[in-house]
Design a protein around this ligand. Structure first.
Ligand code: SF4
Ligand code: SF4
Length: 355
């Protein structure tokens, strides 16, 4: 089992390799990332309270969070899709659409659900793809400002959690280092097939609107995806909570949807991008403990097929809600599917941590 983590006391480097080739410009007609309860660090509380003394908080074991409006609504400070405390907004808001996974390395990735991120870079994406990082200076500075010696300590804890999992899987003959699995997956990328369909349903609206996958649909509020009678529902949400209207109800695909060749190339690029994300292994290793079967490579392959299937299913539902007829999914449809999926995948549990 390898240990490559920065020694405690050292400030670990922020790995930016996965940001290359992407550009970002925030859209002023969006507000999608504000349908959230951002975490507020202790040192950010005072400046915020000076501007907004009536701030409503949610207290959890891992800190204090800005309360969103009830029933799937946006953050209390979002008004007409603008942040009313912009100068003192907390770190997750300053950094979005960047996120950093804290594991054996401190790996920055982009939240590809953000409609301000230009996803052109995903077409045929390969590791080591060159290219500038455009439009993210402020977000990168905010992320870097949080990297300090405590980050190295947290990485040490994450590495110990990984080592415990690795020892157990090694004992059962199921372990393989990430680098080895990555090189096998790069040689032969798994794609979703018939066994992955139909994919699992999103939660129902009755389970709570805040649990539903969201995406930007160019409407006043974001669109939530819910399962319900008759299929998957696309629901436009209001900022003050609740559903504004049902846009469409579409039965999800039960077989692999047809995809054009450029749509397949985009999906392949996204899956290759996932192979390089440490989150993939963090969640796969943790999930493997719940079963006695399968090697890391088999689990990672199954996971990538599932990711691809969910992207295609959401792409298909979005395309049919617009066009009301089946057709091969194009590159733009697949990008819609990626945008409706990526944030959910990044929210899964891993043995690592978020910066
Ligand atoms: S989701 Fe992206 S584009 Fe939309 S408001 Fe947030 S940062 Fe801007
Ligand atoms: S504090 Fe501002 S930027 Fe952050 S979620 Fe609330 S409205 Fe959005």
């Amino acid at each position: 089992v390898e240990h490559r983590v920065a020694p405690a006391g050292e400030v670990p480097p922020l790995d930016l390799a996965l940001l290359r080739g992407f550009a970002f410009t925030c859209r002023d007609d969006c507000g999608l990332c504000c349908y959230a309860e951002p975490r507020v660090r202790p040192q950010e509380r005072g400046p915020l309270l000076q501007i907004a003394p009536e701030t409503a908080w949610v207290h959890r074991a891992d800190g204090e969070f800005l309360a969103a409006r009830t029933d799937g609504g946006a953050c209390q400070f979002l008004v007409d899709r603008r942040c009313t405390v912009h100068a003192v907004r907390p770190s997750p808001c300053r950094e979005f659409p960047l996120t950093a996974h804290l594991g054996l390395r401190l790996q920055a990735t982009m939240v590809l659900s953000c409609p301000g991120v230009d996803l052109t870079g995903l077409d045929g994406w390969r590791p080591g793809a060159p290219g500038p990082i455009t439009g993210l200076d402020g977000e990168l500075a905010a992320l870097r400002a949080r990297v300090d010696r405590t980050t190295a300590r947290r990485m040490g804890e994450a590495a110990r959690r990984r080592a415990r999992i690795a020892r157990r899987l090694e004992r059962d003959g199921r372990w393989l280092e990430e680098d080895e699995v990555r090189s096998r997956l790069r040689r032969e990328l798994p794609r979703p097939g018939a066994p992955e369909f139909p994919v699992g349903d999103p939660p129902s609206a009755d389970d709570g609107l805040e649990l539903l996958p969201l995406f930007f649909g160019g409407l006043r509020g974001p669109v939530a995806l819910a399962s319900g009678p008759g299929g998957w529902q696309l629901l436009e949400l209001r900022a003050d909570g609740g559903v504004e209207r049902t846009i469409a109800i579409v039965p999800p695909p039960t077989t692999v949807p047809d995809t054009t060749s450029d749509g397949r190339a985009t999906l392949d690029g996204y899956l290759r991008y996932w192979v390089e994300r440490d989150e993939l292994f963090g969640s796969v290793h943790a999930a493997m403990l719940e079963s006695e079967e399968g090697s890391v490579e088999e689990w990672a392959r199954a996971e990538l097929r599932q990711i691809g299937a969910v992207v295609l299913a959401r792409a298909d539902v979005r395309a049919r809600a617009r066009l009301a007829r089946p057709r091969p999914l194009t590159r733009d449809d697949v990008l819609d599917g990626i945008r409706a999926t990526d944030q959910d995948l990044l929210d899964r549990e891993t043995w690592g941590d978020r910066l």
